[in-house]
Design a protein around this ligand. Structure first.
Ligand SMILES: O=C(O)CCC(=O)C(=O)O
Ligand SMILES: [Fe+2]
Length: 544
């Protein structure tokens, strides 16, 4: 669509060159759905070399004896302080967990209930599992191996990155947190029928289970998502090796009965840690792989970097001058961000935008491109269809009056202008649309780099030094984007959007002029340009 924002009417310009397709190719590469990264569930066994649980010991605080009826054999050597029926026994076990150890652990465990929220039930048909509160369980380095790092280090450096990658959790977000919920022990026959996990705390979006080294067979987890089921079976190396299982909370899962041995696991809640950001959800796969999508973008940027695309030049016939396409693009993002958000740079980005830009950034950097963020405003103004609407309204009222007269048996159904007072009907106040587009303009403001620093400013220290007048000048208002039909991607991004604001003026229906209608749309954009063009680009984007 040709538009006023170019500053020239179509009659003034003629295309001088073949249309370049950089804008089109870039738009298509950037519009790819980069969201497919993972699966709704994940499992892996850590190798002997990785030794997830080697050199660690399991430590359990047994409960106060008086609180537990069926505690079997937790008695410690240094026995009772008489009437205080309190035992604060700490049990410690090295891995792998032998049967005798597990029996001791079970002695201070209780039957795990199931159910939603407050309503918890124990029913061994549904769930036959022993459990111990997470707060009573810890894994610590075994004293004899001094160099061993903390268990939380193992979680942070092995388990969490693996699980996030497996589940496709965008890595630009602050890492989600693993919070120990329960220790679970399955004896032979132990199982849990199909269910979904409830969200136990705010921001919880997945369950992570660390299956500790303890020999068993059976106890595989069947996970079902979108109609297909997979089996997560980590029992074969369970004697020596630790494993991890994970699934999003909307995945239905079942723990099949343990056939032999003991399945001992730590269940963790995986909690989204970034405030005000959407909780990760599993995205439906897109037919193109991520690699294909990123390599398509890489190809476009490499070609652009090597100047293999022509930017457009048009001749202004009347003056004989020339208009050149500015060498940058503004690609509309999925979410909107305030100026304040943008001042934090890449950190403000939400969900799919965060993910997309984190993938684009290294490719852009490699090829000498700079990325920025900005607010984009789009204004469309034209004529309102108020005259037609008003006319329609009068027609409807006339028809109602005609029907009334027929029903009342009044002589004539035809109503002339004279016996129907249109003025008395008031003004039309229903919905109004635009019937004639007179002008459209795009404006850009708050252009920042990915650190949130305003484009064209040198450093915040220099900002401080600048006198008031200079500062004011730096405070960039809105700059009109000339040739927006070349620069803004994807083309015509607001075609199907609802306006964010609407402005309507009319003179009253007695005049013959329709009202003026203006629609405003706002979105954030990703700015992309080659570093060699920075000098040319900055004034265009900042007005300075
Ligand atoms: O033991 C497991 O692997 C999973 C247990 C489970 O599904 C649960 O605690 O909700
Ligand atoms: Fe579960």
């Amino acid at each position: 669509m040709e538009n006023e924002a170019s500053g020239h009417s179509t009659a003034d310009v003629s295309e001088e060159q073949e249309e370049t397709d950089l804008g089109e190719e870039l738009s298509s590469a950037l519009s790819a759905d980069f969201d497919f990264l993972g699966k709704p569930y994940y499992s892996r066994t850590y190798t002997a070399v990785e030794g997830l649980c080697d050199n660690y010991k399991l430590k359990i605080d047994t409960v106060r004896v008086e609180d537990v009826k069926d505690v079997k054999d937790v008695k410690d050597d240094e026995d009772d302080e008489d009437d205080e029926a309190v035992k604060d026994v700490k049990l410690e076990f090295a891995f792998p967990l032998h049967e005798t150890y597990v029996k001791k652990i079970i002695a201070s465990a209780s039957q795990a209930p199931f159910g939603k929220g407050e309503e918890k039930k124990v029913d061994k048909e549904v769930r036959d599992t022993w459990e111990i509160e997470g707060s009573r369980v810890s894994i610590e380095p075994n004293f004899s191996y001094r160099g061993t790092r903390s268990w939380s280090h193992q979680l942070e450096f092995y388990v969490l990155p693996d699980v996030c990658k497996g589940l496709g959790v965008p890595l630009t977000m602050a890492s989600p947190q693993l919070e120990l919920y329960k220790m679970l022990i399955y004896e032979p026959g132990g199982h849990f029928l199909p269910h979904q996990d409830t969200q136990k705390t705010d921001g919880m979006f997945a369950t992570v289970v660390v299956v500790l080294p303890s020999q068993h067979s059976g106890g595989e987890v069947h996970v079902t998502h979108a109609g297909s089921t997979a089996v997560l079976d980590v029992s074969s190396d369970s004697k020596e090796l630790g494993s991890v299982l994970a699934w999003y909370t909307d995945v239905v899962h079942e723990v099949k009965p343990v056939k032999s041995g003991y399945r001992v696991a730590l269940s963790y809640n995986l909690i989204h840690a970034t405030p005000n950001k959407p909780v990760p959800v599993f995205k439906t796969p897109n037919p193109l792989t991520d690699d294909e999508k990123t390599s398509r973008l890489r190809t476009v940027l490499e070609k652009w970097s090597k100047k293999e695309y022509e930017f457009r030049t048009v001749e202004i016939q009347r003056s004989g001058g020339e208009v050149k396409q500015p060498p940058y693009y503004a690609y509309t993002l999925g979410h909107d961000y305030s100026a304040r958000d943008l001042s934090t740079g890449i950190q403000c980005l939400k969900g799919s935008d965060a993910h997309k830009i984190s993938l684009i950034l290294p490719i852009a950097k490699e090829n000498g491109f700079r990325l920025g963020l900005a607010n984009l405003k789009y204004k469309r103004s034209g004529c309102a269809d108020d005259l037609y609407r008003h006319e329609e309204m009068i027609e409807e009222l006339r028809e109602e009056e005609r029907q009334r007269r027929i029903a009342a048996g009044e002589a004539e159904e035809s109503i002339g202008d004279d016996d129907f007072d249109a003025d008395a009907c008031g003004t039309y106040s229903g919905p109004i649309s635009m019937i004639n587009l007179d002008e459209e303009k795009y404006y850009i403001s708050n252009v920042v780099d990915l650190d949130g620093k305003a484009l064209g400013t040198v450093s915040s220290a220099q900002d401080e030094e600048a006198d008031g007048r200079k500062k004011k000048k730096r405070k960039i208002e809105e700059v009109e984007i000339k040739h927006a039909h070349w620069t803004v991607l994807p083309p015509d991004p607001f075609r199907d959007a609802e306006p964010d604001e609407e402005d309507y003026h009319h003179e009253g229906y007695m005049g013959n002029d329709p009202g003026d209608l203006t629609y405003w749309y706002a979105r954030a954009v990703l700015i992309i340009y080659h570093e060699r063009d920075e000098k040319e680009i900055v004034p265009l984007l900042t007005g300075n």
